[in-house]
Design a binder for this molecule. Structure first.
Ligand code: NAD
Length: 366
């Protein structure tokens, strides 16, 4: 089969890690007889430099014409980069928000998985980690507080800032369906997270989740308040399979879940609409502090490519081949700098490799 992949390399370490993910995809193509065609799409700081805009209409048209998008990451140092002197709607991140809206990418999936080989990097105690954890956070991505009406005005000589949190029934239903569908392919449990003791939008959320759950009798579900969920993630992360939540709660909880794995450079992410189309990218940012040094961990981007094969192209076996190759890379004792063990004795047992070498070693294991 032939697939047309839009590639947003972006800024910082983006181009470095995307190059390795493409190398892995090409290895899969050779082995399984597929053809992956790539088309570069400009977004973020590099697009600002080239066109003055973080995302042009031409780039949106290219994205719409792709079967799926593989992305690195965008943005620079928010303190020092001139991109952050621009008005908010001209900054790199505005490009990503616009792309998500244009492609209707309402469902964000972020797996948080603890590799046994990286147990030491997990900040939680051994007794809390138990047998490890393997969850995904399904976050609503195009509604809620980040997309509501906002304003700052002066009232009676005092500045007043307002943000609004709005959700409609269809918006909640479609993300809930995604979460239950994904749970069906996993351990069949959904934890829906809200703040229904305070917020109207959360009470609507709860009601809609109940309705959708009725269509999935094989999937168990529960409701959990967001403050409790934040606590449970560090107290007993093994209890979660699929966490379903709205945009802002998901933003915070997915970062927390990533951090408890101890290895942000290892975590993939997918943003999907209600077709097979998706945008696949690492959970981390553009890491300007290490850009150009050849030391970035490409695994999150490589695993994002695996998610693309599974969810956009239905190539489950090929996706598994990539995931197994990553597992083997770790078992064979290779580490990038961000996942090196801290103690001298432990570090001496593994081999530190750079971005390109990591990509090559993973390709060899496919
Ligand atoms: P970051 O994730 O880029 O970096 C945080 C820390 O993690 C840094 O020390 C970095 O070196 C390290 N790190 C991240 N990815 C790594 C990898 N693959 N290998 C090794 N180490 C890695 O977060 P930040 O510094 O807060 O943000 C930097 C820029 O990235 C900002 O402009 C921010 O807006 C942007 N950002 C973009 C996205 C995106 O493109 N979707 C997401 C988050 C942040």
């Amino acid at each position: 089969m032939s697939y047309h992949i839009g590639v947003i390399s972006g800024d910082g370490i983006g181009p470095e890690v995307v190059a390795e993910a493409k190398k892995v995809l090409d290895t899969v193509a050779d082995k399984y007889g597929h053809e992956f065609e790539y088309e570069d799409i400009l977004m973020g700081g590099c697009s600002i430099d080239a066109t003055g805009e973080p995302l042009t209409d031409h780039a949106i048209a290219q994205a719409l014409a792709s079967d799926a998008i593989l992305m690195g990451s965008i943005g620079g140092n928010t303190q020092t980069s001139p991109w952050y002197q621009l008005p908010a709607d001209k900054r790199p991140e505005a490009g990503l928000l616009k792309l998500r809206k244009s492609l209707n990418l309402f469902a964000n999936m972020r797996p948080a998985f603890l590799y046994n080989e990286l147990r030491e990097a997990c900040p939680l105690r051994d007794s809390v980690i138990g047998d490890g954890f393997d969850m995904v956070i399904m976050r609503e991505l195009t509604g809620g507080l980040y997309f509501g009406e906002r304003s700052t005005e002066e009232v009676d000589g005092v500045l007043l800032a307002t943000d609004t949190l709005t959700y409609s029934e269809p918006e909640i239903r479609r993300i809930a369906i995604k979460a239950f569908e994904i749970a069906r392919k996993r351990r069949k449990k959904v934890t829906s997270v809200d703040k229904a003791n305070v917020l109207d939008s959360s009470r609507l959320w709860r009601g809609m989740v109940e309705e959708v759950a009725a269509d999935y009798p094989d999937v168990s579900y529960e409701h959990m308040l967001v403050d409790n969920c934040a606590m449970q993630l560090v107290r007993n992360p093994g209890q979660f399979d699929v966490i379903l939540t709205e945009n802002m709660f998901g933003d915070i909880l997915s970062d927390e879940a990533s951090m408890v794995t101890g290895s942000l450079g290892m975590l993939a992410s997918a943003s999907m609409n209600d077709t097979k189309f998706g945008l696949y990218e690492p959970s981390g940012g553009s890491a300007p502090d290490i850009a150009g040094k050849g030391i970035a961990n490409p695994i999150a981007t490589i695993l994002s490519a695996a998610l693309m094969l599974r969810y956009s192209f239905d190539l489950d076996e090929e996706a598994k081949a990539i995931e197994n190759a990553v597992q083997k890379f770790l078992e064979d004792g290779y580490r990038t700098i961000d996942i090196m063990p801290h103690g001298e004795e432990e570090a001496a047992k593994v081999t530190q490799v750079g971005t390109k070498e990591a990509g090559d070693l993973i390709c060899e294991r496919i």
